[in-house]
Design a protein around this ligand. Structure first.
Ligand SMILES: Nc1nc2c(c(=O)[nH]1)N[C@H]1C(S)=C(S)[C@@H](COP(=O)(O)OP(=O)(O)OC[C@H]3O[C@@H](n4cnc5c(N)ncnc54)[C@H](O)[C@@H]3O)O[C@H]1N2
Ligand code: MOO
Length: 435
């Protein structure tokens, strides 16, 4: 059998980023820059006030103090957005608002708190240094300077600097459009009645959500029947527009009933592999069609789908999007041991809590069966158990791949702790609270 690492490395070698496109900033969130971006302007664009107050020439009020305030005529107001070319006239000042352009010839702003606030003739009660409360042009970014490097993923703060600099469109990789296809004659979309022997499709909605949560575009394109010809035709259609295709089901040893495997064996560079992992053993991957679209054929069991996505598809999607990616695992102490199959890397569903030392403690959720979707929904993460380990001992340390944002796991643990504290104090004895 192929190891997890071998399979992952082999498929990542064949994944190239999707084409570069130019998109307006409104569509750039989450995409990766393919070129350095330089700022066409200084930031701040012009010298402006950092405070509500009075714009002055500092040398003219050098003697002002609380004991001997200085009376200065006010020439008018300058609000943020004021485009008039205001200038300083000796012996006077301007009332100015935060963000408003500092008039030519003024070199500082006295805060309103250090004055009597009069709009016509102000009593200034403090001297200021030249430059005080003025945000100089180009202090943050110089025109022509690189503000973001190629390879940067555009998040909220990167959007902010691009918008501030007036960069209205950017060259990026992607977006990555993913077609999700469930297979199996037993499947019925949720919302429709199931007949005898049928089940609702849960892999389709889960995969589409996983793709979207990873920051890509997903179309749940429907169901493939247990018919190899129909499967081939449908997948050929998606090869024309999708940047990545994920199917679930129909890849084990059921012969013609495993229609995905039957249809795609020998197509493009498709290879069907048994990977030494549990769950997720039957894997298929290859590039199909003129556009060499990466196609993942995942096994049908819901937990196998989830694990296969986390281990193989998530890194591949990142590579397709031009992103760097490395999984983050959390160390945890095993609260209650379990066994693991010999020679297979196990991904065991666990729920996390805190032990007395404050470390994460991992306890198994439901059994190891890869059909147990109810237990899957209770899991905080997957404990990764190396292939050579057959007994995961209570008290040993494991690495856990989180399945939920760590901030949400933390918030639940904190709430459980608070419930626990309350129980101890009021003696109600409700145990560990809602979780
Ligand atoms: N003789 C053998 N049988 C099986 C083997 C084996 O090595 N020898 N491997 C087992 C393992 S491991 C897995 S995993 C599954 C993989 O099977 P398939 O990929 O062919 O998947 P299906 O048979 O189509 O479905 C498996 C299971 O999952 C349910 N399913 C499928 N699609 C969905 C969906 N979209 N939503 C919810 N549930 C779904 C399906 O009804 C089956 O119960 O093969 C084992 N068999
Ligand atoms: O390896 Mo299967 O993928 O147990 O569920």
């Amino acid at each position: 059998m192929t190891t997890v690492t071998e399979h992952l490395e082999a498929l990542l070698e064949r994944i190239v980023p999707v084409d570069t496109v130019t998109v307006p900033l409104s569509e750039a969130h989450g995409l990766v820059l393919t070129q350095d971006v330089t700022s066409p302007v200084d930031l701040p664009r012009f010298a402006n006030s950092a405070m509500d107050g009075y714009a002055v020439l500092s040398s003219e009020i050098a003697e002002a103090s609380p004991e001997s305030p200085q009376l200065v005529p006010v020439r008018g107001d300058i609000a943020a957005g004021d485009g008039q070319p205001h200038t300083h006239r000796p012996g006077t000042c301007w009332r100015i608002l935060t963000g408003a352009p500092v008039p030519e010839g003024c070199d500082a702003v006295v805060r309103v708190e250090d004055t009597d606030g009069n709009p016509h003739e102000v009593l200034i009660k403090a001297a200021v240094e030249a430059g005080a409360n003025v945000r100089p042009a180009g202090e943050d970014v110089r025109a022509g300077a690189v503000i973001l490097r190629a390879g940067t993923r555009i998040g909220p703060t990167q959007l902010a600097v691009l918008a501030a600099a007036g960069v209205a469109q950017v060259s990026v990789t992607g977006p990555v459009r993913v077609a999700v296809l469930s297979s199996g004659d037993e499947l019925v979309p949720v919302g429709e009645p199931v007949g005898p022997g049928q089940i609702h499709d849960s892999n389709g909605p889960m995969l589409a959500a996983l793709v979207r949560a990873a920051g890509h575009f997903a179309v749940h394109a429907g169901h493939l029947p247990d018919d190899a010809k129909a499967v081939s035709k449908e997948i050929e259609h998606h090869q024309d527009y999708a940047d990545l295709v994920i199917t679930t089901g129909g890849v084990s040893k059921g012969g013609s009933y495993d229609a995905v495997k039957a249809a795609l064996t020998g197509a493009g560079s498709m290879e069907f592999t048994e990977v030494s992992m549990q769950p997720g053993k039957p894997q298929g991957f290859g590039l199909l069609g003129k556009r060499e679209v990466p196609v993942f054929t995942l096994p049908g069991n819901p937990v196998s789908v989830l694990v296969s996505f986390e281990v193989f598809v998530r890194p591949a999607l990142a590579a397709r999007a031009g992103m760097r990616y490395s999984p983050v695992t959390m160390p945890a102490v095993v609260a209650q041991g379990w066994s693991s199959p010999e020679g297979r890397q196990q991904y065991h569903r666990v729920r996390l809590s805190r032990d007395v030392s404050g470390s994460y403690a991992a306890e198994p959720v439901s059994g190891p069966g890869s059909h147990l979707v109810g237990g899957l929904a209770q899991a905080d993460g997957l404990a990764v158990i190396p292939a050579e380990v057959t007994e995961v001992a209570t008290g040993s340390q494991v690495l856990v791949l989180p399945l939920r944002p760590v901030a949400e796991i933390e918030a639940d643990l904190q709430a459980a702790r608070q419930d626990g504290d309350g129980d101890a104090a009021d003696g109600a004895g409700r145990g560990q609270g809602a979780r």
